[in-house]
Structure formats: structure tokens, C-alpha cells
Design a protein around this ligand. Structure first.
Ligand code: PA5
Length: 352
């Protein structure tokens, strides 16, 4: 039996159940979508900007929100992964402060600064100091289940923001998109999940090609950059491996030249993240780059987003990458769940 088709592999190498958390992605998404519909929102009809605070696994929701809304939304979405906030933040900024633990120092400091500046806020957390501060300030809180690795809680961290913004009527209607995305995600779990046999499972097959190589995740357009970055981070945290990421067309203006180092190029496995339909100019650009730059790469794979809506496309690529990163961890014989270096650095900084 293929090792990734064998339940024993998961029992031994994945005691934290990361593969099952990825399987639960659509279920988590549905649960939080319904919860967020009942969320009391701060008055924000006159918001001139949306700012999302969050680090690491709790910051990815902001990246996805920016990718989802950026092309069409009437006000900018700015993601802050730092303790400092931009100078424009004020009473007309709608703030989302996201931290799974609620104890991340950068997010706590930035939230406090934004509140001092008068920003109305929604807090998304499982508890900690952030929940306590939100209580003191009277800010609405989306309460997340505790005990999850933050990166596995991405539906919980991302979708409340989508749902909340959807209800600010002048800011766009997204409920139809969610209905489509839900179906796409459920179909992907059937196709890519642990019970789908390796021979017909594109996520297991892709993970097999990445073993022993440095993955390079390239988005075919800036609209998919957030997803390429998510793949990179999931390879880091779940698979315990370094990874590159970048986006077209920018990479054609710098990184492409680095591929002239053939000795390194031979160690790199390229994954191109693409839209189902693309502008022919994008397709020509990707093709030219494959020919000119990636000729020596260990492998070049393409993963296409699924669905018609932007929400489905983004989430389908996130889910695909999450499965690949867990399968790569299992091929490498590492437990996907622990993030020892993150914990150790937090411990040292807290003690200093
Ligand atoms: O994946 C992780 O554990 C990290 O990237 C955390 O998400 C990050 O350190 C921030 O912590 P929190 O999500 O609790 O705010």
C-alpha cells in the first residue's frame, strides 16, 4: 500500500492530526460563516480603509482579504504584520485584529495603538490578552476554538472578515461567492484528502515530486500572491523545509536571472499557481519563463485554482497547498504540527 494511503502513517507521523484539520477546512469555514453573520459590527459605513493586524498563521486571513477585495473594493485593504501601525489609521479605519492565541506581542501593541487613534475594531481570537483588551474597549469579538495551530484555523481567521464586510452594504455582496466556494472546497477534500488514493490524488503526487527539493511557488499574477506566500509558509511550518515564493510579472524583472545558477536550479521544484482562465498575455509570459529560466529545474508543476468566483479560487488553492504541505511532511518523516523554533524564540523573548 502507498504510505500516504495507509492510516498507520498518519497515526505514527501525524499525532497532532494536522491532516484531519485540513480535511475539516470546509466544515470550519461553514461554521464560522454562520457565526460571523450574527456578529455585531462597529459603525463603519464611512470607513476609508480596512486594516488587518495579524502575524504568521493569524496574518494569512488579512493577506487573503486583500487578495479577495483588492481588485474591486472601494477602499484599500492594508495588512499590518508589525507592532507599528500606519499613520493614516484613525476613526475612519475599520480594524480587524487577528491573533489565534490572543497573546502575540506585535498584534497587541498595534491594536492598542489603533484604538488610541480611534479606530473602530473587530477582534478575532481564541482568548488571551487580546480578548481581555477587546472586552475593556467594548469591541465585538469573534471567539475561535482554542488549541488549534493558528495556520490550521485559517477559515476561522479569514471568513469572519469577509462575512462582516459583506454586511456593510455599500461594500459589496459576497454571499453568492461563499455558496460556490463551499461546494468547491468539499469537492477538493474528496479529491485530495488522505482517503483519496495516491494514484489519483494530485496533492499526494505533487508532494512526492517535491521530496528532496527546494519548492519554489510562483503565482501567475499578483492576484494569487497571497496564496503563493501561504504555500511557502505551510512548507515551512508543516513540512519543516525552506521554500521560495514570488509572483509574475515581477519575478521576470529580477529572480529569473538567478535561475542562471544551474547547480542550484537543479535542486528546485517549481510549482506554478494559475487561474483556470488567464489573459493570453499571462500564459505567454509563463510559457516563456518556463523555457528560458526553468529548463534546469528538478520539476515544474502547475496547479490551477478551481471555481468561478474569486473566493472559491483563492480558497481552493489554499486548501490544495495545505494538503501538499502535510503530505510532504509525511514523506519526509516529520510531524506536521509542532513549530519548535517559533515557540523557542517566543519563549526567549518573553524571558528577556
Ligand atoms: O503558525 C504559528 O504558530 C505562528 O505563525 C503564529 O500564528 C504566530 O506566531 C502568531 O501567533 P498567534 O496566531 O497566536 O497570534
Amino acid at each position: 500500500m502507498h504510505p500516504l494511503d495507509d492510516p498507520e502513517t498518519y497515526r505514527i507521523l501525524d499525532p497532532g492530526g494536522m491532516a484531519q484539520l485540513v480535511v475539516r477546512f470546509p466544515e470550519m469555514a461553514e461554521e464560522i460563516w454562520q457565526t460571523a453573520m450574527r456578529l455585531r459590527l462597529p459603525p463603519a459605513d464611512d470607513a476609508t480603509a480596512i486594516v488587518v493586524l495579524g502575524m504568521g498563521g493569524s496574518g494569512v486571513g488579512g493577506d487573503l482579504l486583500q487578495a479577495l477585495l483588492g481588485p474591486t473594493f472601494p477602499v484599500p485593504v492594508v495588512v499590518v504584520k508589525d507592532r507599528r501601525i500606519p499613520a493614516f489609521v484613525g476613526p475612519q479605519t475599520l480594524l480587524f485584529a487577528c491573533s489565534h492565541s490572543g497573546d502575540t506581542e506585535e498584534t497587541l501593541e498595534a491594536y492598542a495603538a489603533a484604538k488610541e487613534a480611534g479606530a473602530p475594531a473587530v477582534v478575532i481570537t481564541s482568548g488571551g490578552a487580546l480578548a481581555a483588551l477587546a472586552g475593556q474597549r467594548g469591541d465585538p469579538v469573534v471567539h475561535l476554538p482554542a488549541g488549534l495551530p493558528p495556520r490550521a484555523a485559517v477559515p476561522y481567521l479569514f471568513l469572519p472578515m469577509v462575512s462582516a464586510l459583506r454586511r456593510l452594504t455599500h461594500m459589496g455582496e459576497l454571499s453568492g461567492e461563499w455558496a460556490e466556494a463551499r461546494g468547491v472546497l468539499r469537492g477538493l477534500v474528496d479529491e485530495l484528502g488522505p482517503t483519496a488514493r495516491a494514484e489519483g490524488n494530485p496533492a499526494k503526487r505533487l508532494a512526492a515530486r517535491l521530496v528532496g527539493h527546494l519548492p519554489a511557488i510562483y503565482a501567475s499574477s499578483p492576484g494569487l500572491a497571497a496564496v503563493a506566500y501561504r504555500w511557502k509558509c505551510q512548507f515551512n511550518e508543516n513540512s519543516k523545509t525552506l521554500a521560495l515564493w514570488n509572483t509574475f510579472p515581477e519575478l521576470n524583472h529580477n529572480e529569473t536571472v538567478g535561475w542562471e545558477d544551474q547547480a542550484v536550479a537543479r535542486q528546485i521544484a517549481v510549482v506554478l499557481l494559475r487561474e483556470p482562465e488567464e489573459d493570453p498575455a499571462v500564459a505567454r509570459r509563463v510559457m516563456a519563463t518556463r523555457d528560458v529560466a526553468f529548463a534546469a529545474a528538478a520539476s515544474v508543476d502547475e496547479v490551477r485554482a478551481r471555481g468561478a468566483s474569486r473566493l472559491a479560487r483563492l480558497l481552493s488553492l489554499v486548501l490544495f497547498g495545505d494538503f501538499v504541505s502535510v503530505y510532504l511532511a509525511l514523506f519526509r518523516g516529520v510531524d506536521p504540527t509542532p513549530v519548535a523554533p517559533i515557540d523557542e524564540i517566543k519563549r526567549r523573548l518573553a524571558a528577556s
